[in-house]
Design a protein around this ligand. Structure first.
Ligand SMILES: [Cu+2]
Length: 183
């Protein structure tokens, strides 16, 4: 008995030492929350994007496939936006309590913004005629929008989604859309 207590004490101490206070607290619960992953993809061409948007805006990850800056706008204006800009999967089914982890594996920033209805983002020329949805209005000068930004190579975790249907889109490239069904 004494040994068991000591061992537990050591384990708890180790967790705390590793900054794992939250994990130690979570052992009170039955199961750790499961995680569902969404990946943001794009094929930005570093040369043409960075010429307009600044150095290092677009990282060269789309080896062998890249869309030039002007072509992204041309395709969106024609109503056939580049499918290389995409959230995968398009539909996610999760149980309540599941953490949604959104990872930007593309070359440029995106947003993962919950919207009441899908529509246009904050860059008019990428909207293919759709009006900007209220949740994207103001772009990154709007703190609520800026908070949903995911930089290249980073991830964002969405927690506490209520039961039912949730819609998310990128406020920059509004054809990047995900429907999340929470049961
Ligand atoms: Cu985007």
């Amino acid at each position: 008995m004494k040994i068991t207590v000591t061992k537990f004490g050591l384990l708890a101490g180790g967790l705390m030492f590793a900054g794992g206070l939250m994990f130690a607290g979570a052992t009170q619960e039955e199961d750790p929350p499961s995680v569902a992953q969404v990946v943001a993809l794009d094929e930005c061409d570093p040369d043409t994007f960075n010429a307009v948007l600044g150095p290092d805006f677009c990282k060269n990850v789309a080896v062998g496939a890249a869309t030039k800056f002007a072509d992204l706008f041309k395709m969106a204006a024609a109503g056939t936006p580049d499918p290389g800009w995409d959230f995968e999967p398009d539909i996610v089914h999760i149980k309540k309590g599941t953490i949604l982890s959104v990872v930007d594996q593309g070359g440029e920033p995106h947003t993962f913004t919950e919207v009441a209805q899908f529509g246009g983002g904050f860059i008019k020329d990428l909207n293919a005629g759709e009006a900007t949805v209220p949740e994207c209005a103001g772009g990154f000068s709007n703190v609520a929008v800026a908070k949903t930004r995911i930089l290249q190579g980073s991830q964002s975790q969405i927690t506490g989604l209520s039961k039912g249907e949730h819609l998310f889109e990128c406020c920059i490239h509004p054809w990047m859309r995900v429907k999340v069904e929470v049961k």
